[in-house]
Design a protein around this ligand. Structure first.
Ligand SMILES: Cc1ncc(C[n+]2csc(CCOP(=O)(O)OP(=O)(O)O)c2C)c(N)n1
Ligand SMILES: [Mg+2]
Length: 596
């Protein structure tokens, strides 16, 4: 049988190193699925329940492997479903290729069934490269450029394939005018700034007495270099949400997360430092960085577009984080900032006591959600991968989960989309089947789409070399993160019509689809439940009945936020009683550790 355009594309993607594609079929993309089948597993196809989930999986594949993530969907609705997952990859700078079907070339422009203008639709999310080839000889360079551009710019690209084109016989481009002759292959350069710029950066850093570092996902492969530079500068290290796994939390001068989901030691460090070194982070909220002018600052980023954006930098270095830190190190003088270091270490110890108090504070009948994570943290097996959804659990993930060396973790950062934790955890397991994988998920996010992806886990888990895969559901019958945002940011009482969500027995749903379900409604059972889940011979849904009245407090509560909260109470919040008692306990734990 002649090689079709689709056979050629699959073969070419294989040459590019693609070994797995996430997606969902449909008649707009059947040619490609036929070719996938004929390739006899050279590229594995993983079937998600929904194309958005397939795109989240592709994004997570890129995050957990450093490789290109690939997702595939049919024309019209399938392609449209991909968008949110693709935006997740785009905003977190992940290389992802989307392959979408399209109606036959002769029907295009005819208001045909399932005909959308997909090139225009993808133009924003995959603006770096989106093409709809119209003849076989065009396909080779479209594949090559789509992959090379996605990888080199760490972004999303898209290929839209008319269904009749997919089935045509493949033709290489003829040697004549008006054709392109492309090849396979890309290796990332090691980008290091010029010596003169490194020296300018070193001068700023050497002059400081109280250095703060902020590291993000761009420093993920530079953990050792971050530690070496921090030791030389006697700096403290804060971590942006996506940079949580860059350095372990058991280092006493690692101050933890930053921002609304941040820690008090980070907040203190950022307001007291005289020098800031930011590495591989696009952390968005400038108000959590030093006040403009209070600190001299240096930033390292591989993407010049992300430089000097959140804080006016004195020296902006374009470079790979690991290579640039290595080049910088010999230019840095050993500091002896013992007071600064001790101040950070003491702040860290105080904060740890606050977190413990907050997690152990009594709640009104239901489980304190912080405790779910503080009980997991010390039980995390080596090499575990943790994902979190967007919702109040992201607060506990950011603050209470202690990452050790060799672990990985991620979430939908820039897009902060609900519904990413389970598809992320599925992609993590496909990429690293031997590692334990744990997803932390709110009940709203379960209902939105994560529940359906449990069916995907049930379909595939027997293929994984280790079955250890856990989805922990925080069942608070509330869209809690937003309920608190409405109270604290807007001063509005809880709007039950928009915030209450139905109670669903997630653990029983798990059993229904063939997984193990565990239910916990008493904090004292949490430790055993985690141990049981981690030892389970099949994947587990651990459902915990958590208290929605525990406030996900920012590191410091501003007067304006306190006023809004008071106004929400005066408006008559339906959860007033539990909320006031819990908030008081949580705030007291921060003000005077030891007093409840
Ligand atoms: C796709 C999407 N829709 C809406 C939001 C806004 N949002 C952020 S968190 C949240 C509530 C999540 O509720 P749940 O999953 O139950 O977690 P909880 O906060 O209750 O722990 C909402 C609605 C979002 N981030 N993403
Ligand atoms: Mg909830």
């Amino acid at each position: 049988m002649a090689t079709t355009v689709s056979d050629f594309i699959i073969e070419r993607l294989h040459e590019w190193g693609v070994r797995r594609i996430y997606g969902y079929p449909g008649d707009g993309i059947n040619g490609m699925f036929g070719a996938l089948q004929r390739a006899h597993g050279k590229i594995e196809f993983v079937q998600a329940r929904h194309e958005e989930m397939a795109a989240f999986m592709a994004s997570a594949h890129a995050k957990f492997t450093g490789e290109l993530g690939v997702c595939i969907a049919t024309s019209g609705p399938g392609a449209a479903h991909l968008l949110t997952g693709l935006y997740d990859a785009r905003l977190d700078h992940m290389p992802v290729l989307a392959i979408a079907g399209q109606q036959a070339r002769a029907a295009l422009g005819a208001h045909y069934q399932q005909e959308l203008d997909l090139v225009s639709m993808f133009k924003d999310v995959a603006g770096a490269y989106v093409q709809q080839p119209s003849v076989p000889a065009q396909v080779r360079h479209v594949v090559d450029r789509a992959v090379r551009i996605a990888r080199s710019r760490r972004t999303v690209t898209a290929m839209v394939l008319p269904n009749d084109l997919q089935e045509l016989e493949y033709e290489p481009p003829a040697r004549k005018h008006g054709t392109a002759h492309s090849g396979v292959g890309y290796s990332a350069p090691e980008v290091v700034p010029r010596e003169a710029d490194l020296k300018r950066a070193a001068e700023v850093l050497n002059a400081g007495n109280r250095v703060a570092m902020l590291v993000g996902a761009g420093a993920m492969h530079a953990g050792d270099e971050v530690v070496a530079v921090a030791e030389r500068l006697h700096a403290g290290v804060a971590k942006a949400l996506l940079g949580k796994a860059v350095v372990p939390d058991d280092i006493p001068w690692v101050t933890g997360s930053i921002g609304l989901l941040g820690t008090k030691p980070t907040d203190e460090m950022m307001s007291a430092c005289d020098t800031l070194l930011m590495v591989g982070s696009g952390f968005p909220y400038s108000e959590f960085l030093p006040k403009e002018g209070d600190a001299r600052a240096v930033q390292i980023d591989i993407d010049a577009g992300m430089l000097s954006l959140r804080y006016p930098m004195e020296v902006s270095l374009v470079g790979d984080s690991a290579a640039t830190l290595r080049a910088l190190l010999p230019l840095l003088e050993q500091k002896n900032a013992t007071n600064w270091r001790n101040r950070l270490i003491h702040a860290g110890e105080r904060w740890q006591r606050v977190l413990e108090e907050r997690a152990n504070a009594a709640t009104s009948g239901k489980v304190n959600p912080q405790r779910v994570v503080t009980e997991l943290s010390p039980r995390l097996p080596d090499g575990a991968i943790v994902t979190s959804d967007s919702g109040s659990c992201a607060n506990w993930y950011a603050r209470d989960l202690k990452i050790r060396r060799g672990m990985m973790c991620s979430l939908s950062g820039g897009l902060a989309s609900m519904g990413a934790a389970v598809p992320y955890a599925i992609a993590a397991k496909f990429a690293h089947p031997e590692r334990p994988v744990i997803a932390l998920v709110g009940d709203g996010a379960m209902q939105m789409n994560n529940m359906a992806e449990l069916v995907t886990v049930a379909k595939y888990w027997r293929q994984w070399s280790s079955p250890r895969w856990i989805c922990c559901v925080f069942n608070n019958e509330d869209l809690n993160q937003v309920t608190w945002e409405q109270r604290v940011m807007q001063g509005d009482a809880k709007f039950e019509a928009s915030q209450d969500i139905p109670n669903v027995p997630y653990h029983r749903f798990a059993e229904l689809v063939g997984l193990t379900g565990i239910y916990v409604d008493d904090a004292e059972q949490l430790g055993d439940a985690w141990e049981q889940a981690l030892a389970s011979p099949r994947p587990v849904v651990l459902e915990v009945k958590t208290d929605p009245d525990v406030p996900p407090l920012p590191p410091h509560v501003t007067m304006e936020q306190a006023r809004h909260f008071a106004r929400a109470l005066m408006e008559g919040d339906p959860d007033e009683g539990g909320m006031i008692a819990n908030t008081a306990r949580q705030v007291m734990a921060s003000v005077i550790p030891g007093k409840k």
